[in-house]
Design a protein around this ligand. Sequence first.
Ligand SMILES: NC(=O)C[C@H](N)C(=O)O
Length: 329
Amino acid sequence: MATGGTIAGSSASATDSTNYRAGSIGVAALVDAVPQLLNVSNIDGMQVSNVDSGSITDDIVLLISKLANKALCGSDPEYDAVVVTHGTDTLEETAYTLDATLMCDKTVVVVGAMRPATAISADGPSNLLEAVTTAVSPASHGRGVLVVLNDRICQALYCAKTNANALDTFKAYEQGFVGGLLSTKPFFYYPPSQPTFKTVYDLSNVTSLPRVDVLYSHQMATFDGVNASVANGAKGFIGAGASHVKLSSSSSSADVELYAFDGIPVVASTKINNGVVAPDEDPAAGSYISSALLNPVKSRRLLQILLALGKNATEIREAFEEPMRSFLY
Ligand SMILES: NC(=O)C[C@H](N)C(=O)O
């Protein structure tokens, strides 16, 4: 399933790896550029979208999740594995959503590239070959959705882009890579296991994801835009806080007002992008919901999923906090 991104990008100059057009090469050309793929697997290509990943919408992500579930997990599944090609900027958001909504143990690999297809030493072709070899390897089963770039394999729940330009950008800083690739062949450091904090949700009856916005914290932040977001349909917020607990704000009351929004869940995550926002010991005492291990963009996806499934405030709090609370207290 091709969605666009730099892996499908082209430029007039082979030295240009910043000012190119992402999402301009179709899925057939992507596959044709790597004839070695045919030594590994039979492949059907599907063009889901062809855009820079900044333009991937909730509807596209929901569609990919439904298509992957149908292709792999239905009563008569047609495919053994799915590879999604994707722009790297928001790759972790799509990969996380797939990981949280894939209803069976088959392998989905999400792959991108940091250099457009026209660049010297473009990384897309080798990344695509490695993604397909990983997708069809029996050793990949039972590990959740995997992200493959630059000879490394990481689990979608923990994987994030960490550098805007470098090839070795996808990392799981604390949890590490689960495996790597040698001569395009995947190997794993450990037998299959799923991340401790993973839960899977069934989106088969969901037709759209509700709007959830992320509030980026900084000194003197006001969050004045929150009312406009709510007026425009936001059903929840993620705070990308400065520290592990709170949003910075121009007045301490801004936090309080924000978290007191009637019926609108606010999840506290951290813009540091790593580490834990720990839940309160007493769930009733906390004014906000803690994101636990999820960074802001992944927290946003989880809150969208929970709201789409009609979960109430208590259930939303439990989904984010309970796995962490159960061993903390
Ligand atoms: N390397 C990339 O894919 C970046 C590109 N802007 C995208 O996310 O589509």
